[in-house]
Ligand binder design. Sequence first.
Ligand SMILES: NC(=O)c1ccc[n+]([C@@H]2O[C@H](COP(=O)([O-])OP(=O)(O)OC[C@H]3O[C@@H](n4cnc5c(N)ncnc54)[C@H](O)[C@@H]3O)[C@@H](O)[C@H]2O)c1
Length: 252
Amino acid sequence: MTQRLKDKVALITGAGSGLGRVSAITFAREGAKVIVADVNVKGGEETAEMIRSAGGESTFVKTDVSNAADVERLIRRTVETYGRLDCAHNNAGIEGADLLTADYTEEEWDRVISINLKGVWLCMRYEIPQMLQQKGGVIVNTSSAAGLKGFQYHSAYSATKHAIIGLSKTAALEYARKGIRINVVCPGFIRVGLTEQVIARNPAMEGKLKALIPMGRFGEAEEVAEAVIWLCSDAASFVTGHMMLIDGGASA
Ligand SMILES: NC(=O)c1ccc[n+]([C@@H]2O[C@H](COP(=O)([O-])OP(=O)(O)OC[C@H]3O[C@@H](n4cnc5c(N)ncnc54)[C@H](O)[C@@H]3O)[C@@H](O)[C@H]2O)c1
């Protein structure tokens, strides 16, 4: 089968586990050289090693996406290692505390905003100049179905995921004539990462969450990765500022 991203250089944040790991592995399978970025060294190293042992090229760079110096270094290391940056999947994110809006502490509010929202902006802040210099590139930011609807007990999370859509659409307009496409994926409940963490804390949630999904099942991480790959590929060459739902029909 033809590889859709042969010889492209891809960067995935939050690639030390969950959706980001599967995205990184899928980019590599499609022929890309992959920079794995995560604050979690063990998980990040493992993902890069999984790619290398399957015959791909990958390097892990420890990065806290809420820290400007770290993100600036991440893009520099990407270009030093593989010469350019073609595709960026800004995926790192946290759920934050499970609390009513008025019970959030200022510290927890700031933590969620810093990682989920400022983190995506900081990544674009350093990715876009590199892509402008190369005269092209593609960015996919990860929002959530909670970026379109409220998500009780997760106001900070839902606020950041709504904001990522506005940020991405605005940047898509600004760089549309500069060869940079910027899109957003909005996964619903996917059977890894944050959804797994919710069910581990409260097993009764599994049935309740599935009941919200018309397809009657959780999504697979591969189903999100496929959407990200398509958005990054030339098949999506006229697609920018798009918000793609991958939620088994939950928002329909
Ligand atoms: N799993 C789902 O059902 C689901 C649904 C909708 C959206 N999402 C979104 O998908 C993305 C990935 O989530 P996941 O479910 O795979 O969860 P996950 O916890 O498995 O993965 C998140 C990764 O981000 C990393 N990370 C956390 N803070 C970081 C920081 N400051 N800098 C760099 N990396 C950091 C973590 O170490 C982890 O490896 C998130 O943005 C999440 O909001 C997930």
